[in-house]
Design a protein around this ligand. Structure first.
Ligand SMILES: Cc1ncc(COP(=O)(O)O)c(C=O)c1O
Length: 430
C-alpha cells in the first residue's frame, strides 16, 4: 500500500466528492458566501441557486432569524444526548411536528439524515409486526423509479433497474416493486384503477410477507420527477389496510411545501402510518430528520419485555440546535405565508415551462415549487451547467432531467432568470 500524506491522484487531494467519478471530476465553482437565493463565488460572481442545495434551503441562505435561533441555542448548549436526558428544545420541536403533520402521527423519532430516517421507518415497520409475534412480514414494497437514500436498507427500496444503486441489487435485502403510477397529478379513474390493480395483485400474492409499502407521495424526485395522483394514494391506503400492510410516506423531498401544501399528504385524505421528514425540516441549515408514527405503531413497542423497545439511537438525534432552527423555520413559514409564495412559484413555473416544446424534450412537468424538463437523451444537456453559470444561475441536471426546486423566497424575476436559462439552452445558437 502506498502511503501519502498529501494525496495527489486528483486535483481535490483529500476530499472525495459525492456522486462523482473522481478521475475526471471538474469543479470550477467555489462558494465563499451565500445570501438569500444567491451563492457568491470566489471570483465575485453571484449565482441564483435553482435547487436550494439539494432541495433543502427553503427559506434562502443566511436568514437573519434562522441564524439568530441557532446562535441563541448554541450559546446555551449546541448539543446534548437524548439518551436518558431531556431538554425543552427537542421536546418543543417534537410537539410542533405532531401539531402540523396529518392527524394521528403522534410520535416523533429523530435522526440525523433522510437516509437514516428511512432506515428507522423500515426497521420500525418490521419490528411493529415482530413485537406482535408476526415474524413473516419481513419485506417492503416500493415503487419503480423510487429514490429513498443511499444507506443499505434505503438502497434496497430504490429503483432496482434504473436507479443509481442497481449495482447492489441482489446484495441488499430483496424487496418487492410496483410499477410507478402513471397519468400525472390529474390521472383519470381508468389510469388510477390500472395502477391500483397492480398493487392489488401484488398484495394478494405476497401480502402475508409484506410489512410496509414506502412511497415518495405525489412526486418521485431523484428517480425522475414522476408526478402522480393523490387518489392513487387514497386507494393504496385502503388496500394496505385490507392486507395489514403499513404505508410509509417518505416526505424527505416533498415535505415543507415542495408540492404546494405543507406536506404532500395534505393533497390526499389519508394519514400514512409512518411519515419521514428531513431536508426542509431545518430549512437546510443543518442535517436532521424525523420519522413520525401513529399511536398504534408506538403502542406496539410498549411492553414489560425490554426486548420490545426500539433499539435505535443516532448520537445526534434531537440535536437542540437543529430543533431550534427547525422550530423557527416553521414559525416563519406560517407567519410569512410561504404557501402563497409557493403557489406563485408554481404558477410562474407552469406559465414558463409547461407549453415549452423542443425536439429534444420529452416532457415538462410542474408541481408546487418544482419544475422539470425531461429530455429524450441525457447527452442533450451536456454543457448546460456552464451555460447557466455564465448567465447567473446554478443548475445541476442529472440523467435526463433539467430541473429547478428554488428557495421559496425567490422573486418572480429571479425565477424567470432560472426558467430563461432552462429554455434558452435549447434555443441557443449552435
Ligand atoms: C425522497 C428521499 N428520501 C430520502 C433521501 C435521503 O436523504 P439524505 O440525503 O438526507 O440522506 C432523499 C434525498 O434526496 C430523498 O429525496
Amino acid at each position: 500500500m502506498t502511503q501519502s500524506s498529501s494525496p495527489e491522484n486528483t486535483q481535490y487531494g483529500s476530499l472525495w466528492y459525492p456522486y462523482a467519478q473522481m478521475q475526471n471530476l471538474e469543479i470550477n465553482l467555489e462558494v465563499v458566501e451565500t445570501n438569500g437565493v444567491y451563492l457568491t463565488m470566489n471570483d465575485g460572481r453571484e449565482l441564483i441557486d435553482s435547487i436550494s442545495s439539494w432541495w433543502s434551503v427553503t427559506h434562502g441562505y443566511n436568514h437573519p432569524e434562522l441564524n439568530q435561533a441557532m446562535t441563541n441555542q448554541i450559546n446555551k448548549f449546541s448539543h446534548v444526548m437524548l439518551g436518558g436526558l431531556k431538554n425543552q428544545m427537542t421536546q418543543s420541536f417534537a410537539d410542533k411536528l405532531v401539531e402540523i403533520t396529518p392527524e394521528g402521527l403522534n410520535h416523533v423519532f429523530f435522526s440525523d439524515s433522510g437516509s437514516v430516517a428511512v432506515e428507522v421507518a423500515i426497521k420500525m415497520s418490521l419490528q411493529y409486526f415482530f413485537n406482535q409475534g408476526n415474524k413473516n412480514k419481513t419485506r417492503i414494497v416500493a415503487l419503480q423509479r423510487a429514490y429513498h437514500g443511499d444507506t443499505t436498507a434505503c438502497m434496497s427500496v430504490c429503483d432496482p433497474a434504473e436507479g443509481m444503486h442497481k449495482m447492489f441489487h441482489g446484495i441488499t435485502p430483496e424487496q418487492l416493486f410496483l410499477d410507478a403510477p402513471t397519468g400525472g397529478f390529474n390521472a383519470s379513474d381508468a389510469e388510477i384503477n390500472a395502477d391500483i390493480q397492480k398493487a392489488k395483485s401484488l398484495f394478494e400474492e405476497h401480502g402475508s410477507s409484506i410489512a410496509a409499502m414506502i412511497v415518495e407521495p405525489l412526486l418521485q424526485g431523484a428517480g425522475g420527477f414522476n408526478i402522480y395522483s393523490p387518489e392513487y394514494l387514497n386507494q393504496l391506503k385502503a388496500l394496505c389496510q385490507a392486507h395489514n400492510i403499513l404505508l410509509i410516506f417518505d416526505e424527505v423531498a416533498t415535505g415543507f411545501g415542495r408540492t404546494g401544501k405543507l406536506f404532500a399528504s395534505e393533497h390526499t385524505n389519508i394519514t400514512p402510518d409512518i411519515m419521514i421528514l428531513a431536508k426542509g425540516l431545518t430549512a437546510g441549515y443543518i442535517g436532521h430528520a424525523a420519522t413520525l408514527a401513529t399511536t398504534d405503531i408506538f403502542e406496539a413497542f410498549l411492553s414489560d419485555d425490554p426486548a420490545k423497545a426500539f433499539m435505535h439511537g443516532p448520537t445526534f438525534m434531537g440535536n437542540p440546535t437543529a430543533c431550534a432552527v427547525g422550530l423557527k423555520a416553521i414559525e416563519i413559514f406560517k407567519r410569512d405565508d410561504y404557501l402563497s409564495k409557493i403557489s406563485n412559484i408554481e404558477q410562474t413555473l407552469k406559465d414558463e415551462l409547461l407549453d415549452f416544446e423542443h425536439e429534444e424534450i420529452e416532457e415538462c412537468r410542474v408541481l408546487g415549487a418544482t419544475g422539470a424538463i425531461e429530455v429524450k437523451d441525457a447527452k442533450s444537456h451536456h454543457g448546460i451547467q456552464e451555460y447557466a453559470a455564465e448567465r447567473g444561475v446554478w443548475l445541476r441536471p442529472f440523467e435526463r432531467y433539467i430541473y429547478t426546486m428554488p428557495p421559496y423566497i425567490i422573486t418572480d424575476d429571479q425565477l424567470k432568470a432560472i426558467t430563461d436559462v432552462m429554455k434558452g439552452w435549447f434555443l441557443r445558437e449552435r
